[in-house]
Design a protein around this ligand. Structure first.
Ligand SMILES: Cc1ncc(COP(=O)(O)O)c(C=O)c1O
Length: 444
């Protein structure tokens, strides 16, 4: 057994025992593909701010941050109080509420391209609805997406993704066009060849939260120009970048106005929630018109038991109102900048080939490549994908956990406004220890 694995097993006996039981109940013993960690994942008990704890009593600086949904940190007092109060007032009122209007106004106040919107329960639902709205509005069938860009797990989003596509009917692929990202000529050619494209959807900083970055904002501006010229809708998937790259998301930071925006994670303040927002006439494809042919056949239907449920609504509204009032993004960005610089210093000091990069409060680590952080977009995707030694990602995840830090997947850090300088310094010390272990195990 490797050095890192030996320590991991010895530090987490209770997690190992619980995993045995969980393996009999859940596929892979986990409830989300990304939470799969070999030889077993850790079982967490509770969290506060930027810290969380596991069943063996170990403490972690958390950079998973609710898969990116917790920009205010865990259990922010205002959100916790608002949700607790709402639990006592009803968790589902089976009708419209003033809370959903408050939530919608908070979103509109931050994201100017959103004229109208509808709520969902997840980002997956949001991107599925955005694609359907685009098809209905344009009368065209196909959607362009980029290789590896993650838009959730519905049939259409799975096209061109690196996860499994079992169970997805072949007919789905006929309506999806998957292109390599970053090259506007490729997009131009695809649109010139095919007149049946309704929309193009993209992550605003490149695949997987910017793990495979393209040159933003230039590429986004090019996409906006080409799609507008060709009468194709631009969908910005701001599930991760929304309210993070700026209080108005990537589109405000980069000055790009999409036709539709998909949001989730931060938008619901750490509870389940999703949104499609954008041009009113597109969102109004959901509206009834009093014409039976439209209402019963052509309109886009939109049910969903937990759409805009009062708990998500109050958590989302409280979170976004806080974001509008306080320098939350600035705080998270400053901590991320300190972390990114410190990680790169540590890589140099330890003479490990790799680079920490990323935008705003998203920090990625790419092992096995040399680059200035702002030039990582120049590295071909295949090189970025294959440069690290086999097992480096999982080894990094386990090595950091051994040292008291939980990173997102094997690749990055999602920083919140609850992270403090001492958390960053502790993380950098953990990184140094982790790299030493990875070197011993021949992972770097
Ligand atoms: C860019 C992006 N879009 C969509 C989704 C899907 O969101 P959800 O997990 O809420 O279904 C994710 C999830 O990580 C995402 O990162």
């Amino acid at each position: 057994m490797s050095t890192i694995d030996r320590e991991y097993v010895s530090l987490h006996p209770k997690s190992a025992r619980i995993f045995e039981e969980a393996s009999a109940v859940f596929a892979d013993g986990v409830t989300h593909d990304t939470r799969r960690v070999t030889p077993f994942p850790l079982v967490m008990t509770h969290a506060a701010g930027a810290t969380k704890w596991d069943v063996d009593g170990n403490e972690y600086v958390d950079y998973v941050c609710g898969h990116g949904s917790l920009i205010l940190g865990h259990s922010h007092p205002a959100i916790a109080a608002a949700v607790a109060e709402q639990v006592g007032r009803g968790t589902h009122l089976g009708g419209s509420t003033e809370l959903e209007l408050r939530w919608a106004n908070a979103i509109k106040g931050l994201v100017p391209s959103v004229e109208k919107l509808r709520f969902h329960s997840s980002g997956t639902e949001a991107t599925m609805m955005a694609m359907r709205l685009a098809r209905a509005y344009t009368g065209k069938r196909k959607i362009i997406k980029f290789q590896d860009h993650f838009h959730g797990w519905h049939d259409y989003a799975i096209a061109g993704s690196d996860g499994g596509a079992g169970g997805v009917p072949d007919s789905t692929w006929e309506s999806m066009i998957v292109l390599p990202p970053g090259d506007i000529g490729v997009v131009e050619d695809a649109l010139a060849r095919d007149g049946d494209v309704a929309a193009l959807i993209t992550e605003p900083t490149g695949a997987h939260m910017g793990q495979y970055p393209f040159k933003a904002p230039e590429f986004l501006h090019q996409l906006r120009e080409v799609t507008e010229r060709r009468g194709v809708l631009l969908i910005l998937d701001e599930v991760v970048t929304g309210f993070r790259l700026s209080s108005g998301g990537a589109q405000v930071r980069y000055g790009v106005k999409p036709d539709l925006t998909t949001m989730a994670k931060i938008v619901a303040g750490g509870l389940p929630g999703g949104v499609v927002g954008g041009r009113a006439e597109i969102i109004d494809m959901i509206s009834h018109r009093g014409d039976p042919e439209w209402d019963n056949a052509k309109r886009v239907s939109h049910p969903g038991t937990f759409n805009a449920n009062p708990l998500s609504a109050v958590a989302g509204a409280t979170c976004l109102e806080t974001l509008a009032r306080e320098p939350i993004n600035e705080r998270a960005d400053a901590m991320a900048a300190r972390l990114r610089a410190g990680l790169n210093d540590t890589l140099s000091k330890m003479e490990v080939t790799g680079v920490a990069h990323g935008v705003s409060s998203l920090v990625m680590v790419a092992f096995g490549v040399e680059s200035e952080p702002e030039d990582v977009w120049k590295i071909p995707r295949e090189t970025l994908h294959t440069a690290a030694k086999p097992g480096a990602g999982p080894g990094f995840k386990r090595g950091m956990l051994n040292a008291g830090v939980d990173v997102m997947g094997g690749r990055g850090f999602i920083v919140s406004a609850a992270h403090r300088e001492q958390d960053i310094d502790k993380t950098l010390a953990a990184f140094e220890r982790c790299l030493a272990g990875m070197r011993q195990d021949n992972l770097v």
